[in-house]
Design a binder for this molecule. Structure first.
Ligand SMILES: [Zn+2]
Length: 370
């Protein structure tokens, strides 16, 4: 079993440490979205320097390129990418079910590569095999992500997700036995059910009944109503196993709500995607650095920030780099945005430890969303 120590609790929120084969993750923690085994525009050293503790890569993307067997040959994701720290893989379900011509059967999903049109079939078994080859510390079960507001559609997808979870567990156990005791890789079940509280509760109960190491909470959320769903789900999931909120964390409020209602780790491509477009976090909300009003602004992007970008460069310079489409614009902006969400999550952790979470949350959010 994956070792997870809880140091402190505050309602559903908890402060803990996940002990992975590649090192510890102090939670709550924001995990870097390294979709293709890289966080876009950032080197792994830059990720370490900005305080990142773990990365999450995507099985679908790595399956298409460079192929999971090549990553296995390199010694696994942490070694291949020179990250060397804790790693997660998402199952690829989210990407596959977003493809235009995906065919879903009880067995799995048939789809065409978005790169060259090659045909693939992903099943619970093949997703587990791919994730074992990629060799991340923590894997996500292959789930059926439905994007529907219809209760019956979501219920069908949830039951399929549960049937697939049982197959994922079986295959994971086979691969674990074959790998021997020297190799440790862990499996999270994924709770589905969309925006429906009754389905989320049913899914959490089913996932909790399975011999897994932790839980992903997946599916399409709107930030509104997320607190209710997380309250439902995390009141049911066993307390002693870690929980990852999949794909959420673009908005600071998502991280506050996620941590408050019992999630331990988060990942989201939003912060670096927005950075590449010049949309940058500050304590007073996000600004678009391409805006003309920053052309003569020689102050740091965010004076309170200690990232490489804010310590060394001013807004006018960043504005110039974006206007002239310099690659460095994307690098510096990504360093700042990723550091912002990583350090925000670290500060939430500290505030839970010293009992100031509620005041930190209200101060931060009232200024940010003013
Ligand atoms: Zn900064």
């Amino acid at each position: 079993m994956l070792k997870f120590d809880i140091e402190k609790r505050n309602g559903l929120a908890r402060v803990g440490v996940i002990h992975t084969p590649h090192g510890d993750i102090k939670t709550p923690a924001f995990v870097g979205a390294a979709t293709r085994a890289t966080v876009k525009a950032l080197t792994m050293q830059e990720m370490r320097d900005l305080g990142s503790q773990a990365i999450l890569a995507n099985t679908y993307h790595l399956l298409l390129a460079p192929g999971t067997e090549l990553i296995k040959e390199a010694g696994g994701l942490a070694e291949f990418s020179s990250w060397h720290g804790p790693t997660f893989t998402d199952s690829g379900g989210f990407q596959i079910f977003s493809l235009p011509d995906v065919k879903i059967t009880e067995n799995g999903a048939k789809f065409k590569s978005h790169i060259n049109g090659d045909k693939f079939e992903m099943t619970p078994e093949s997703s587990m095999q791919a994730q074992w080859a990629i060799g991340a510390d923590i894997h996500m079960a292959f789930d059926h992500l439905a994007k529907s507001e219809n209760h019956a559609d979501m219920e069908r997808a949830m039951h399929r997700t549960h049937a697939w979870l049982e197959r994922c567990v079986k295959e994971h156990q086979c691969l674990d036995a074959a790998a021997g005791p020297a190799k440790e890789q862990y499996l999270y079940a994924v709770v589905q059910g969309g925006v429906f509280n009754d389905l989320r509760a049913e899914s959490a109960k089913f996932c909790a009944s399975q011999p897994v190491d932790g839980f992903g909470i997946g599916g399409v959320f709107t930030a509104k109503g997320m607190d209710e769903i997380l309250k439902t789900v995390n009141s049911i999931l066993p307390e002693d196993k870690p929980r990852h909120l999949l794909g959420m964390g673009q908005e600071p409020i998502d991280i506050f709500v996620g941590a408050e209602f019992g999630c331990d780790t988060f990942d989201c491509v939003g912060p670096t995607r927005m950075a590449r477009n010049g949309s940058l976090y500050t304590l007073d909300g996000r600004i678009n650095i391409k805006n003309a009003k920053y052309a003569h602004d020689f102050t740091p992007l965010m004076p309170e920030c200690d990232c490489e970008c804010c310590k060394n460069y001013n807004r006018a310079y960043l504005h110039h780099l974006f206007k002239t489409d310099e690659i460095t614009a994307k690098v510096l902006a990504s360093i700042h945005n990723e550091h912002f969400v990583v350090s925000l999550t670290d500060k939430i952790r500290e505030s839970l430890l010293d009992g100031t979470f509620d005041s930190y949350k209200s101060e931060f959010l009232s200024r940010y969303y003013k």
